[in-house]
Each structure stands twice: as structure tokens, then as C-alpha cells.
Ligand binder design. Structure first.
Ligand code: UD1
Ligand code: CA
Length: 472
């Protein structure tokens, strides 16, 4: 095992200029998502996780969109391939963007989202320990159709890669395939790329031809065979995209289970790659944890939750809840049928029950919104009880206004709070009130018309009573 000091400076090149015709999409292929990230972002993430900082992405089809999909960073460069004349031509466009002091170049395809950092590290380690000019990541496939085949000489050494479309019947029987990931000595690659031609079945400049060029010049080529051929599958259509996503979800569930999360049915929950979940949390079937979501420990994420870009503290219970860009403290109880929209910021031990919607609101510790409420653009203190059916009327058709509710307030059922309005600490609002003026701390506010009673009306004078009388 080599330490970091032995690692030659390496630049990664990600081939991402192709159209992806078989996806039948207006979106460039590498921008399709699997497991919560675009395929390109996933490949880049693994490259970085393997310790390679410097990276050049070759863009072409949908160049601007692809470029914009990645956060700008100092070590991330883009090369433009226009038109797209093959993988070799693609690599040629990257050359001017590779720093001169970079001794090695790792090339990977942008459509192989299952490649792992561990495999890329193994590739780097073998490259260093064997001192080769070029190292190809290969796989043994029972059905190698569609892939380039590794051609070996009588001594067993690699002498080239032949593409499916150029292969003879005998070569097509070779089961050792090119995964499309390689590492080369920078100068050797640059020299070989300068010698490519397009005399082949597809009239393209093949990156794979650098192998025979290097081998013919006496350079040393070696291979590393992946233990898991699944890792290297390229995504060319939507069916393969779904397979890749399923594998990424499977891996994520496995990673979390190893770390102490209980997942009732790992094949029936969808947890994005970036998500964090604490130990002793239990995740029931049919949940989706998406994007930059963090769940604490000891939680119960019961069935049918969709949690996107949200944070949930420890020991919370959620069931059939939809959270988007929301924050929930510890010990909270959310759902069933609760909807926390962006800007919902709940303290500890908050309860949000059935058919309650929260948006852009702070809810203090221990407050309860148990049923049938809309609380939007509000600051609710701690220990507050919001009665069933209460809503904040935050919108006058043009502007939005805030509702402020102090600590330990009791809001009776079916109250309308017409913003802007403030209810002071410890105040009490009678059920059915429409509150348009501020309520002082400790006061009772009731707004409803006085109840009237007409004795005997129902039995004597109601339409039903009159109809019964006329029949007699
Ligand atoms: C390539 C390899 C093949 C290997 C296979 C592994 C070549 C000639 N063949 O074939 O040996 O078994 O990958 O999956 O390299 N791209 C560009 N510009 C281009 C053409 C392609 O950026 O002009 C990009 C694509 O966006 C894609 C990658 O290169 O990310 C691979 O291209 P693709 O056309 O899918 O190559 P394969 O036919 O799969
Ligand atoms: Ca491919």
C-alpha cells in the first residue's frame, strides 16, 4: 500500500461530451440522475473520494447545461469537444487542460456511475507499484457484447483493445472487456493521442487505440480486473439507468445498516447517496430520503415519508410526512399526513399532526399543531397549543405578512389569525375567532357573534316541521 507521498500527481479526465442517443432525452445523458446525483456528479464524487483533486470534464453535447450542473471549484476544469469525433478525440481536447506537472492521467467515462472510489484507488496503487505506462481496468463478462475486448499476445501481454464493431468472430469470443477506465503516464498518453487515426468501422478516433500504439512502441501495458463487473456497467438507456439507481440505493441501504440503522425492507426504500442517518433509527418501507437530508439517531421514519433536503434531530417519529427544506428538532412527532414546506423550523418535542401544513415558520419547543391547520409565515413560541382547524391568513392577494404568537399561548379551534398580527405570551384565543388585532399577553380574545336561541323552532317552525304538519 502506498502512502500519499508516493502518489504521483494525477489528473482525472471525465469523458462527458457524448449525446446519449439511446436515452431519447432532451437532457444530456450524464445529467440523468441515479441515486440522487447526476451520473456525472457521482463519477466526479468517486474520483475525488479516491484522492484525485484535479479534474477535467470534457463537455460537448449540452455543454453549458453540463458545465452548470457542477459547482465551480478551483480544481475543476472543462474542455470542449465540438463536434464529437470519438473517445480518443475527446481525450485529445482534455490534454491542454492537464497541468504540466501532472505525472499520471486517469480517464473515466461520465456514464459509469457505479464505479467506486475503492476501485479507482486500487487502479492508482497498481499503477504505481508496477510502474506501467498504461493500466486498463478490465472485467470478465459472461456476455461481453458491446464492449471493447482486451487482445493479448502469445506471451499473455496486452497488445490492444478491439471494439465490438471491428472485432473478428474469434475476437468477439474474448470475455475480458475494457471498462473504459484507465490510468496512463501523462507524457506517454499525450504522445499516443497524437498518433490516433480514424480508420475503423465507426470512422471515429478511438481512445482505445492508444493501447496498441503504446504497446507497439515497447511501452508497458497492464490490466486490473474488477472483482465486481457490475461496477463498470455503462448506462446507455433508461433501463440501465434504473438498474444503476437500484444498485446505488442497495449500496446506500447496506452502508447505513452496517452503521447501525435498521431498514425494514432495503429493497423498498430510496435513500440518496448524500443522506446521513444516525444509528438506531428505524426506516420503514416506502420512504424516500433525498438530497442533502440528515436524520438523527433513534428516530422512527415510518412508512410513506418523502424527506428532501431536510434535517431531523434525534428520537423523532415521522409517518406519512412530506418534508422539503425543513428543520425538525429532537423528540418531534410528525404526521401522519403532515406537510413541512421550505423554511419550516421546528424546535424540540414539537407535534405536527394530521393534515397540518407548515411553511416558512418557526415553531418553538413543545408546541403542538395536532390537526387540520395551516401555519405559514409565522413565529410561534414554545408550549403553544394550536387548536384544530386554525390557520394563519398570511396573504392579502398581493403581500405576505407574519403572524407572531408568544410562549404558552392557547389558540382555540378553528381560529383565523389575519396577519400581520401578534398574540402575546400566555394569551388565550376563543374557538372560532377571526383575530385581526393584536392580543395582549395574558388576555382572552374572542371574536364571534353572540349565540341566539329560538325555543321550539326546530319542532314547530322548521321547514321539516311545517311539511309534516301540512300532510296531516
Ligand atoms: C467505450 C470504449 C469501449 C469500452 C466501453 C466501456 C472506445 C472507442 N470504446 O465504448 O472499449 O468497452 O466504452 O463502457 O473508447 N464520449 C465523448 N466524446 C465522444 C464519444 C464519447 O465524450 O466523441 C464519451 C461519452 O459521453 C461517454 C464515453 O465517452 O461518457 C463513452 O462513450 P460511448 O460512446 O458510450 O463508448 P462505448 O461505445 O460504450
Ligand atoms: Ca458507453
Amino acid at each position: 500500500m502506498n502512502n500519499l507521498f508516493d502518489m504521483p500527481k494525477t489528473t482525472a479526465v471525465i469523458l462527458a461530451a457524448g449525446k446519449g442517443t439511446r436515452m431519447k432525452s432532451t437532457l444530456p445523458k450524464v445529467l440523468h440522475k441515479a441515486g440522487g446525483r447526476t451520473m456525472l456528479a457521482q463519477v466526479l464524487h468517486q474520483v475525488r473520494a479516491a484522492g484525485i483533486e484535479d479534474c477535467c470534464v470534457v463537455v460537448g453535447h449540452g455543454a453549458e447545461e453540463v458545465r452548470a450542473s457542477l459547482p465551480a471549484s478551483e480544481n475543476l476544469h472543462f474542455a470542449l469537444q465540438m463536434p464529437q469525433l470519438g473517445t480518443g478525440h475527446c481525450a485529445q481536447q482534455a490534454l491542454p487542460h492537464i497541468p504540466k506537472d501532472s505525472e499520471a492521467v486517469l480517464l473515466v467515462c461520465g456514464d459509469t456511475p457505479l464505479l467506486t472510489a475503492a476501485t479507482l484507488s486500487a487502479l492508482q496503487e497498481k499503477f504505481i507499484s508496477t510502474g506501467t505506462d498504461g493500466l486498463i481496468l478490465t472485467a470478465e463478462m459472461t456476455n461481453p457484447t458491446g464492449y471493447g475486448r482486451i487482445v493479448r499476445g502469445e506471451d499473455g501481454g496486452v497488445c490492444g483493445i478491439v471494439e465490438e464493431k471491428d472485432a473478428t468472430a474469434e475476437q468477439k469470443r474474448i470475455t475480458e472487456i475494457n471498462t473504459g477506465a484507465y490510468i496512463f503516464r501523462h507524457q506517454v498518453l499525450a504522445d499516443a493521442l497524437g498518433k490516433l487515426d480514424n480508420n475503423n468501422a465507426q470512422g471515429e478516433y478511438y481512445l482505445t487505440d492508444v493501447i496498441k500504439i503504446i504497446a507497439a512502441a515497447g511501452g508497458k501495458i497492464d490490466t486490473l480486473t474488477t472483482a465486481d463487473p457490475m461496477e463498470t456497467t455503462g448506462v446507455n438507456d433508461r433501463a440501465q439507468l434504473a438498474q444503476a439507481a437500484a444498485e446505488l440505493y442497495r449500496r446506500k441501504a447496506h452502508e447505513l445498516m452496517v452503521a447501525g440503522v435498521t431498514i425494514i425492507d432495503p429493497t423498498n426504500c430510496y435513500i440518496d447517496q448524500q443522506v446521513e442517518v444516525g444509528p438506531d433509527t428505524v426506516i420503514y418501507p416506502n420512504c424516500q430520503l433525498r438530497g442533502e437530508t440528515k436524520i438523527g439517531s433513534g428516530c422512527v421514519i415510518d412508512s410513506d415519508c418523502i424527506i428532501t433536503d431536510s434535517q431531523v434531530g434525534d428520537n423523532c417519529t415521522l409517518i406519512k410526512a412530506v418534508l422539503t427544506e425543513a428543520k425538525v428538532g429532537s423528540g418531534a412527532n410528525i404526521g401522519p399526513f403532515a406537510y413541512l414546506r421550505p423554511g419550516s423550523n421546528l424546535g424540540d418535542k414539537v407535534k405536527v399532526g394530521d393534515f397540518a401544513e407548515i411553511k416558512n415558520a418557526n415553531i418553538g419547543d413543545g408546541s403542538k399543531i395536532p390537526h387540520l391547520s395551516y401555519i405559514g409565515d409565522a413565529d410561534v413560541g414554545s408550549g403553544v397549543n394550536i387548536g384544530c382547524g386554525t390557520i394563519t391568513c398570511n396573504y392579502d392577494g398581493v403581500h405576505k405578512f407574519r403572524t407572531v404568537i408568544g410562549d404558552n399561548v392557547f389558540i382555540g379551534s378553528n381560529t383565523n389569525l389575519v396577519a400581520p398580527v401578534t398574540v402575546g405570551d400566555d394569551a388565550f384565543v376563543g374557538a372560532g375567532s377571526t383575530i385581526t388585532r393584536d392580543v395582549a399577553a395574558g388576555a382572552l380574545a374572542v371574536e364571534r357573534s353572540r349565540q341566539q336561541q329560538f325555543d321550539g323552532w326546530a319542532t314547530e317552525k322548521s321547514p321539516k316541521a311545517l311539511a309534516a304538519k301540512s300532510k296531516k
